[in-house]
Design a binder for this molecule. Structure first.
Ligand SMILES: Nc1nc2c(c(=O)[nH]1)N[C@H]1C(S)=C(S)[C@@H](COP(=O)(O)OP(=O)(O)OC[C@H]3O[C@@H](n4cnc5c(N)ncnc54)[C@H](O)[C@@H]3O)O[C@H]1N2
Ligand code: MOO
Length: 391
C-alpha cells in the first residue's frame, strides 16, 4: 500500500488541465481565472470628491466664499477655482482645478451664493486622487478563484469577459445490485445510493461539471455499459466495487477496457481500496475508483478528488489545506493507516466521535472537521495540537 502523499502525487501526475474558455464577467463568479488581467483604465480617472460639500482653493474658519458653480457626478465644473471662491460639489464628482479640499456641507452656512465657513474644520481634504484605487495597466493575478470582490474589481477595470478554466466534466458511476436512486422504492435487500449525490455536490461546489451515469449492477456487462457512456468526460469516478470481494469488479473490468492502473490501495482509513489510472482511447480520461462505504467515498472526495479537480482547473498541485487545533479530549494510539476521524471543532478544541465506522453518514453529517492522525501516531493528551481538515 502506498501513502496518502504518494497517492496524491500519482493523482496529480494523471490530472490534466482542461483548457481555457472565455465567459462574460456576470457568469465568472467562482470560476478560476486562467490568465492575468490588466486594468483597462485608471480608477478614479480624475480627482473626485469623497463628500458632499464645497470645493475650495483655501478655507479658514470665518471665511466667506462665493459659490461660482456646481460639479456633480457625471457633470464636471470646467473652470478653475481660486481663493475666495467655492464650487458646490457632490460625492464622486470631479474636483475642479485649483481646489485643495472639499469642505463638507455640515461645516458651512449657506446664504444665496455665499458660504460662511464654520469655526471647526476637519483635517481631511476629502479628495480621492486620480488612480488612488488602481492605474491603467495594473495587474490582476491568475490563476485564482474569482470571488464576488474580484468580480467587482474586474468590472471597475472595464473588463467584460474573462478567460477561465473550463469546468472539468466528471462522470459518476455507482456500482452495486443493492442500490436504487433516492425517491425509488428499494427491495428488501436494497439501500439508497447516497455517495453519488454527496460526490456530485462536492464536485459542483468546487467548480466541476459532474454527471450521474446509470447505476452499474454487479456484473461485467452492466459495468462495461456504464463505462461506454462516459463520453467526453475528463474524469470518471466509480464508487464501490473497489475491494477484494467476488462482486468487486471495477479493477478487473476497467483493466479489461484498457485502463492503465497507477495504484490500488492507500494506507488510509477510511478509503483503503482507492484506485486510479487512465482509461484507454483517444482522450483517455483519468479514472478514480472510490471505495463504496459512504464515508470512505466522501473522505476520499475531500482528500483526493477535490485537489485533483483544482489541478484540472489550473491551480497548483497541493493537498487539501490543513489547519491545527488543540484536542478537547484525549485520543488513543493510531494504527498503521493515516486516519481521517470525523470530529467536531468548538471553542474548546477538537473532539473525535466515538463511532468511526465508515458506513455512518449521520456521524459525518454532525462533523465539521476531519481530524488527521499520521500512521502509528502515539496516544495524545487533551490540549495537544493536531491537524484537521475543515469540512
Ligand atoms: N476482506 C476484506 N473486505 C473488505 C476490505 C478488505 O480489505 N478486505 N476492505 C473494506 C473496506 S476498508 C472498504 S472501504 C470496503 C470497500 O468496498 P468496495 O469499494 O468494494 O464497496 P462495496 O463493497 O461496493 O460497498 C461497500 C458498502 O458501501 C455501500 N455502497 C456502495 N456504493 C454505495 C453508494 N453509491 N451509496 C451508498 N452506499 C453505497 C454498499 O452497499 C456496502 O455497504 O470494503 C471492505 N471490505
Ligand atoms: O477504508 Mo474503508 O474505506 O475503512 O471503510
Amino acid at each position: 500500500m502506498i501513502t496518502v502523499t504518494e497517492a496524491l502525487d500519482q493523482l496529480f501526475a494523471l490530472a490534466r488541465p482542461t483548457g481555457v474558455e472565455k465567459v462574460p464577467l456576470i457568469e465568472a463568479a467562482g470560476r478560476i481565472l486562467a490568465r492575468p488581467m490588466s486594468a483597462r483604465r485608471t480608477q478614479p480617472p480624475f480627482a473626485s470628491s469623497a463628500m458632499d460639500g464645497y470645493a475650495v482653493a483655501s478655507a479658514a474658519p470665518g471665511d466667506r466664499l462665493t459659490v461660482i458653480g456646481e460639479s456633480a457626478a457625471g457633470h464636471r465644473f470646467d473652470r478653475p477655482v481660486v481663493p475666495g471662491e467655492a464650487v458646490r460639489i457632490f460625492t464622486g464628482a470631479p474636483v475642479p482645478a485649483g481646489a485643495i479640499r472639499v469642505v463638507i456641507q455640515e461645516d458651512v452656512t449657506r446664504q444665496d451664493s455665499t458660504i460662511l465657513i464654520g469655526d471647526r474644520l476637519d483635517s481631511g481634504d476629502n479628495i480621492r486622487p486620480a488612480g488612488g484605487d488602481f492605474a491603467e495597466g495594473a495587474q490582476f493575478d491568475a490563476p485564482r478563484k474569482l470571488s464576488a470582490s474580484d468580480i467587482a474589481l474586474l468590472a471597475s477595470m472595464n473588463i467584460a469577459r474573462v478567460p477561465v478554466a473550463r469546468r472539468p466534466k466528471v462522470a459518476l458511476i455507482s456500482t452495486g445490485d443493492e442500490l436504487v436512486m433516492p425517491g425509488e422504492t428499494p427491495g428488501p435487500d436494497q439501500i439508497i445510493a447516497s455517495n453519488t449525490f454527496g460526490l456530485h455536490a462536492l464536485l459542483s461546489s468546487e467548480g466541476a461539471n459532474p454527471r450521474l451515469l446509470p447505476i452499474a449492477r454487479d456484473n461485467a456487462t452492466s459495468l462495461k455499459h456504464a463505462f461506454s457512456l462516459v463520453d467526453d468526460a475528463d474524469l470518471v469516478i466509480t464508487i464501490g466495487g473497489a475491494s477484494v470481494g467476488d462482486h468487486d469488479l471495477v479493477a478487473p473490468v476497467a483493466e479489461e477496457l484498457g485502463m492503465q492502473r497507477a495504484f490500488h490501495k492507500v494506507a488510509m482509513r477510511p478509503g483503503k481500496p482507492l484506485m486510479s489510472g487512465r482509461l484507454s482511447g483517444e482522450r483517455g480520461a483519468m479514472m478514480i475508483g472510490l471505495p463504496g462505504n459512504p464515508v470512505s467515498a466522501m473522505v476520499c472526495g475531500h482528500v483526493f478528488v477535490l485537489p485533483v479537480v483544482r489541478v484540472m482547473l489550473g491551480l497548483p498541485p497541493v493537498a487539501a489545506p490543513r489547519l491545527r487545533a488543540p484536542l478537547a479530549r484525549e485520543l488513543g494510539q493510531n494504527g498503521p493507516r493515516e486516519h481521517y476521524m470525523r470530529a467536531t471543532l468548538t471553542e474548546e478544541g477538537l473532539t473525535a466521535f466515538d463511532r468511526q465506522d465508515s458506513s455512518l453518514l449521520s456521524v459525518l453529517g454532525q462533523a465539521n472537521a476531519l481530524l488527521v492522525r499520521p500512521p502509528h501516531d502515539p496516544a495524545r493528551a487533551k490540549n495537544e495540537v493536531v491537524d484537521y481538515l475543515p469540512l
